[in-house]
Design a binder for this molecule. Structure first.
Ligand code: ZN
Ligand code: ZN
Ligand code: ZN
Length: 265
């Protein structure tokens, strides 16, 4: 296997269904468990390397991966829906797990982990400074637009280029320039927290997510970080197809919890 992404949590802080809500998106998820979404958790596998980007809930257990070796964790930002799984994972019986984070803005929830790291080893990253994990794999933190300091990541595995872009509304110019200059993105993961009629200062709605995909023109895209304030899944799939130019629309996938994407170069 060249590489793989296993999405364990494709939802927002609310999760879907949101407790006590009976909107159409929540109703769909109450009826059909496959439409339920947990908090941001993305497992990347590259040969013998397993990397978690964000760990919003302790989802390794749910997917029967409790014995999987985790080599590294990268944290995009310290909102609880991206880190709270670490409260359980810090008790791991595996060797200590390095966790890369930015110290540019730390939530109280994350400070608790820094003070009591147990079996996690926290390491700082800096924007645009490449972290070479081995000869074939490097990760570059790239700034995003969110309501606290947040970094996405450019992952370069043997020249297979993946951009992880959540949580964000659009992209800062520097990040957009950096990604468009590469001109060869294989896979992009994009925040689409809201439905088409909602505008928010810290997340994309589905139209803004599609605009971003259009601008970046990657070979494949995944729409993710979907909240119950987005359209129900069946409608959202139709909406994406209708509002994306061909042939780009054939390569846009809607994330769900459990989705596996295999990489090929
Ligand atoms: Zn989030
Ligand atoms: Zn709802
Ligand atoms: Zn956030």
């Amino acid at each position: 296997m060249f590489g793989q992404l296993h999405i364990l949590g494709s939802g927002s802080a609310h999760t879907t269904p949101c407790h006590g809500c009976s909107c159409e998106t929540c109703k769909e998820a109450i009826k059909n468990p496959k439409y339920r979404r947990d908090c941001s958790t993305y497992l990347f596998k590259f040969e013998n390397f397993n990397i978690l980007i964000d760990y919003g809930s302790h989802l390794l257990n749910k997917f029967n991966l409790n014995l999987l070796k985790i080599n590294y964790i990268f944290i995009s930002h310290t909102h609880p829906d991206h880190i709270k799984g670490l409260y359980s994972l810090c008790w791991t019986k595996q060797a200590q797990i390095p966790v890369y984070y930015s110290n540019s803005e730390i939530s109280n929830a994350f400070q608790f982990l820094l003070d009591k790291p147990k079996n996690l080893i926290f390491k700082e990253y800096k924007k645009f400074e490449s972290i070479k994990l081995n000869d074939n794999l490097e990760i570059i933190p790239i700034p995003l637009n969110h309501n606290i300091n947040t970094h996405g990541f450019l992952i370069n595995y043997k020249n297979y280029l993946i951009a992880y872009l959540l949580d964000t509304k659009g992209l800062p110019k520097k990040t957009m320039d950096f990604l468009t200059e590469l001109n060869d993105l294989d896979l992009v993961l994009v925040d689409a927290n809201y439905g088409p009629d909602l505008m928010h200062k810290s997340h994309n709605n589905i139209n803004e997510a599609l605009d971003l995909i259009n601008q970046l023109s990657p070979k494949k895209s995944i729409i993710t970080h979907i909240s119950h304030l987005n359209l129900p899944v069946k409608e959202l799939i139709k909406y994406i197809q209708k509002n994306t130019p061909k042939p780009l629309n054939r390569q846009i996938f809607l994330a769900y919890d459990g989705l596996i994407i295999n990489f090929q170069k």
